[in-house]
Structure formats: structure tokens, C-alpha cells
Design a protein around this ligand. Structure first.
Ligand SMILES: *Cc1c(COP(=O)(O)O)cnc(C)c1O
Length: 421
């Protein structure tokens, strides 16, 4: 559920008219709804009520500081995967002890940054990383709290580019080697084991793969405890999917997810961390764009938008589906047609949808991609020298461009010309 709806025939984000925002900011732009963020955060909060827990928002899903601050104000911690994300979270006012540092290729500089400003834990993904972290922490006279990310070898049943929990993926250590790796961790100076971490993929639409992974985690917890390790925290990763369109049916709810967590892991008395990204922000954001041309092709019509793959990469990268809706509600008797929906970028991959049934569009009208809040603006680029797409945050009837569109002069001035030219 979200807070984007038609009011007086015009699509609104809460009480703010998308048409008005478009007039002020220009298209394309992302728009996020605070009430929707609140709603999704609260769903997880109540799903985990009764057990000690922290919801660590996966910053990479949508990284604007205004979004981080909104979620932090609700009580979220953060899950970061780079020094840049760590700094963003800190700038947004998040304390180091609320920040979990994940990622398969942490550099020494990133470790130093997090150790000096504070970190809840590092989710370590290899023995090589463990060794480097130990040396760095030891040299700084610090102790790095860690979990080891285990790869449980389960099939997340999601798109192959966002599955992370199979043995062939680069993530984590094989769960069969966990005992050895924990023994090594316990022997290293500067390292303190606090728990175990798992994250099996993104956009999961079934509970079973999670349950399979968490059962393995429960067994491992007991085994490591019997080896003498203090396992007080379980980081269960993110990955719960959202409905992108009616064809997705209804993925499990946070409530069902929470019930399963309590059933499978409740008896261990561990503090539970989860790292949702998509479920918190996905349905809380739209990408608003203007129709430039309706172009007649050889055997089809192309709807050419002013948004492109550089603004919303998911369809090109994962064949992802997004509903596309009109900003001005069409009249009930208006006819539908079928378009290939594309952007202006010079790549055939710059296609948002093929043979999409839609209302008949006219140049100059606004349409919106729904469920674009996660992995939308965060993955945007300036490919084709298209300015980085702005973001707008709505709160009731208030709104602000939380990232403005750079001017072409600003973009071009970033290039440096060597003096031999
Ligand atoms: C990407 C990622 C997440 C968030 O995944 P969602 O599918 O957006 O919930 C959480 N944890 C880790 C380690 C990740 O890499």
C-alpha cells in the first residue's frame, strides 16, 4: 500500500500534486512519500515486536540523506556497503553504533573510517578480509565487532543477477566452513565475534528460501555456541520482495516474515537484525516523466519518454517490470492501445516495456513509473550527458527537491583538459 492516488483527477503524492511538482522541478524526477516510508517501516517494527531487534535500512536502495534521516528518525539503523554510504549515513545524523558495514570488498581505508567513528559490526565476507580487519583494528588499538556472512547455498528463486545465497555467488563463506572461520576469528587480535550474518538475495517473493537459510543459521548458532563462541546477534539480511505489478501476485508480508523469524529463530534468544532496502522504499517512490513523441514505427508505436535507462536502470539490467500510469486520470471511456515504451538514450536496451497496454498518450503529457523508489535514483548515471535525475521528498502537502538537477554547465565543468591539448 502507498500514498500515491488520484485527487480531483490528478495523481498526488500524499497531498502534493505531481503536476505542480513537475511544473516546479521539471521532468524527469523521482518523488518519494514520507507516509509510505513510515507505513513500511512500521510494518517491520510490528512484525518483530516482542523480540530484541534493529531494522537496518539497506542504504544502497535509495541513498539520499533526506531518506536516511527520515528512516533514522523512525528508529532505523543503517546497512552500508561502502565508505561513501557510511559517510552519508553519518552526515544524515546516524550514530556509528547504528551502522552495520556489509560488502564483499571492504578496503583498509573503509575499515579505518568505520573503526574511528564507530560501527555496530562489520559483516565479514572472507578470511582474507578478517585478516586485514584484524591488523587494522589492532594497529588502531580498537576491537572490531564482527559477524561472518555465511553463504547457505539456497536458491532464492529470484532473478539471477540479484541472487546472492548460492554456492557459486561471490558472497559470504561457505556455511560448511563456518566452524573453521569462526575459530580463526576468535584467535585473531582486534576481532570480537558478536554473531552471524546471512543475505540470500533481493526481490524474494516466497518465504521458503528465507526459512531454509534461517534454519541453517539456527543450527549453526547452536554449533558455534557449543564451540564456545558468543553468538548474540543474527543479521538476517534483506531481500523481502514487493509487488511490482499485478503479475507478481502478493509476496509474503512483513508480518508473515516476522512470524517465520520468530518460529525458526525465537528460541535462540538472539538480537535480530534485518536489512530491508526495497521493501522500505520501493513502493514509496515514483519516477515522473514527460512523453516527448509518440512515434509510428514499422509495425508498432513507440512511446518516447524524457526518462531513460540512465535514470531508471532496472528494466535494462534485470528485465524488471514497472507499472506506468498517467498523471492526469484518463476519462473512463478513453481507449487503450499498446506501446513499446522507450527513452532517448542511444541503446536498444533503453526500453522500459514492450507491447505495454496503456491509455492513448499525447506528447507533453506526464506519466509515472510506479514502485521506482528502490534501486532507481541510486543507480542513475549521467550516461549520454543527461543530468542526474532530481529527487523530491513529499510530507503531507510539503515537498522539497532533496537533490536538484545539475545544470549542463556544472556537468561539463567537471572535465579537466590537459595542458598538452
Ligand atoms: C542489497 C542488500 C540488502 C537489501 O536488499 P533488499 O532486497 O533491497 O531488501 C541487504 N543486505 C545486503 C548485504 C545487501 O547487499
Amino acid at each position: 500500500m502507498d500514498y500515491f492516488s488520484y485527487k480531483g483527477g490528478i495523481l498526488h503524492a500524499e497531498d502534493a500534486s505531481i503536476k505542480e511538482i513537475a511544473k516546479e522541478v521539471g521532468t524527469p524526477f523521482y518523488v518519494y512519500s514520507t507516509a509510505t516510508l513510515r507505513r513500511h517501516f512500521d510494518l517491520f517494527e510490528s512484525a518483530l515486536s516482542g523480540i530484541d531487534h534493529l531494522i537496518c535500512y539497506a542504504v544502497k536502495a535509495a541513498s539520499n540523506q533526506a531518506i536516511l534521516k527520515t528512516l533514522a528518525n523512525f528508529g532505523a539503523g543503517m546497512d552500508v556497503v561502502s565508505g561513501g554510504e557510511y559517510k552519508r549515513a553519518r552526515e544524515a545524523g546516524v550514530e556509528g553504533r547504528q551502522i552495520v558495514f556489509s560488502g564483499v570488498g571492504k578496503t583498509g581505508a573503509e575499515m579505518k573510517l568505520a573503526l574511528s567513528e564507530g560501527v555496530r559490526q562489520f559483516n565479514v565476507e572472507s578470511e582474507e578480509e578478517l585478516q586485514v580487519l584484524s591488523e587494522i583494528a589492532n594497529n588502531m588499538n580498537k576491537v572490531a565487532p564482527i559477524t561472518v556472512r555465511v553463504n547457505p547455498d539456497v536458491d532464492a528463486k529470484t532473478h539471477e543477477k540479484i541472487a546472492t545465497g548460492k554456492a557459486e555467488n561471490k558472497f559470504g563463506i561457505p556455511i560448511s566452513r563456518a566452524r573453521e572461520v569462526y575459530a580463526k576469528a576468535a584467535s585473531l587480535p582486534g576481532i570480537q565475534v558478536v554473531g552471524i550474518d546471512v543475505h540470500i538475495g533481493s526481490q524474494l517473493t516466497q518465504l521458503l528460501p528465507f526459512e531454509e537459510a534461517y534454519k541453517k543459521l539456527a543450527d549453526l548458532t547452536e554449533m558455534l555456541r557449543s564451540d564456545g563462541h558468543e553468538i548474540k546477534r543474527l543479521d538476517l539480511g534483506g531481500g523481502l520482495g514487493i509487488p511490482y505489478g499485478s503479475k507478481d501476485g502478493s509476496p509474503p508480508t512483513p508480518k508473515e516474515y516476522g512470524q517465520m523469524i520468530k518460529r525458526v529463530l525465537g528460541h535462540l534468544n538472539c538480537e535480530i537484525e534485518i536489512e530491508p532496502g526495497r521493501l522500505l522504499v520501493g513502493n514509496a517512490g515514483l519516477l515522473v516523466t514527460e512523453v516527448i513523441y509518440v512515434k509510428k514505427g514499422h509495425d508498432r508505436e513507440f512511446l518516447i519518454l524524457d526518462a531513460a535507462m540512465n535514470d531508471l536502470l532496472r528494466p535494462a539490467l534485470y528485465e524488471a517490470y514497472h507499472d506506468i500510469v498517467p498523471v492526469l486520470q484518463p476519462s473512463v471511456n478513453q481507449k487503450n492501445t499498446v506501446y513499446d515504451v522507450v527513452g532517448p538514450v542511444c541503446e536498444t536496451g533503453d526500453t522500459f516495456a514492450k507491447s505495454r497496454a496503456m491509455h492513448i498518450c499525447k506528447p507533453g503529457e506526464l506519466v509515472a513509473f510506479r514502485s521506482a523508489g528502490a534501486y532507481g535514483a541510486a543507480m542513475a548515471s549521467e550516461y549520454n550527458t543527461r543530468p542526474l535525475v532530481p529527487e523530491v521528498l513529499v510530507n503531507n502537502s510539503d515537498y522539497l527537491a532533496i537533490r536538484e538537477r545539475p545544470t549542463l554547465d556544472e556537468i561539463i565543468a567537471r572535465d579537466k583538459i590537459p595542458n598538452w591539448l
